[in-house]
Design a binder for this molecule. Structure first.
Ligand code: ADE
Length: 277
């Protein structure tokens, strides 16, 4: 996979040299090219922004540097044998970046990122390149960052770990929280390693029992407990067929009830005043 990033802060992308992404790069599984947008400015101040039409606060990134930068990146990439580019535009007004989108993007051969600063990029840039390639405007969460570079790091890491051969263990992402296609997306529960006692804290006995069935059940219960606490919306969205008898017992303890109207396939909803865990 080839990645291009055009930014006014190339050094912000230095973390792409370390850890999982850095190793994938060193192994040749990932080709990463970071470009300085200001290389495509020609005035004394290397201006990349201007005041917004219609007024209002902040500045808007100008069309010309982005247009020239993207034309050059595209020409270089095609010349180097890359194909089927997709443009990834980080923006708080984008579609939510999810594991499902990460899986989808991991199947594409070439991603070009355009992290913006200020109030964003002149809309005509996205509109122009959308005529030539798929464009994904993505938000990494409901908060506003000072720029899209951190979002590029997030998306890159989520995508890179899905590439064949990048994670040591091929099964490592089968059990990911949010693995798409799973009937139930639950948050993963707690994990422990040696020593068995630390500062007077022991690990749950079941994990030492060697009983795989009981361990799997305990993990599932912990996942249901944690999801209830932090992401009840995930339980509400679950296909009820995903829950077996033991799940339903645990869900009941946690205050969930199957929707009586929807039987046999109704979603779960939470009793008010359910057991606080
Ligand atoms: N740029 C600023 N905030 C952002 C967000 N939440 N997601 C993606 N890009 C952004």
């Amino acid at each position: 996979m080839r990645l291009d990033v055009v930014t006014i802060f190339p050094e912000y992308l230095d973390p792409l040299n370390v850890s999982l992404v850095g190793k994938a790069r060193a192994r040749g599984q990932l080709g990463v090219h970071v470009h300085d947008l200001r290389d495509w400015t020609y005035d004394r101040h290397n201006t990349v922004d201007d005041t917004p039409y219609g007024g209002g606060p902040g500045m808007v990134m100008k069309t010309e540097p982005w247009g020239e930068a993207l034309d050059t990146v595209l020409a270089d990439g095609y010349e180097g044998g890359a194909h089927q580019p997709a443009l990834i535009v980080p923006t708080p007004s984008g579609r939510p970046f999810t594991q499902e989108l990460a899986v989808h993007l991991s199947g594409r051969p070439w991603l070009i990122f355009t992290p913006a600063r200020y109030e964003g990029i002149d809309r005509r840039v996205v509109d122009e390149y959308a005529t030539r390639m798929p464009v994904y405007e993505v938000s990494i969460g409901d908060y506003v960052l000072a720029g899209g570079e951190a979002a590029v790091l997030v998306v890159t890491e989520a995508v890179a770990r899905l590439l064949p051969g990048v994670l040591g263990n091929a099964e490592s992402h089968r059990d990911d929280s949010f693995a798409p296609g799973a009937m139930a997306n639950l948050l993963e529960g707690p994990v422990y390693t040696k020593p068995p006692a630390w500062r007077g804290r022991e690990i749950p006995d079941v994990l030492l029992s060697g009983h795989h069935g009981k361990i799997a059940r305990w993990r599932r219960d912990e996942a249901l407990r944690r999801t209830t606490e932090y992401r009840p919306d995930l339980i509400e969205r679950c296909d009820p067929k995903a829950f077996d008898k033991k799940d339903r017992e645990m869900l009941s303890i946690l205050g969930w009830e199957p929707d009586p109207e929807g039987e046999p396939c109704g979603r779960f909803w939470r009793r008010t005043g359910g057991v606080e865990q």
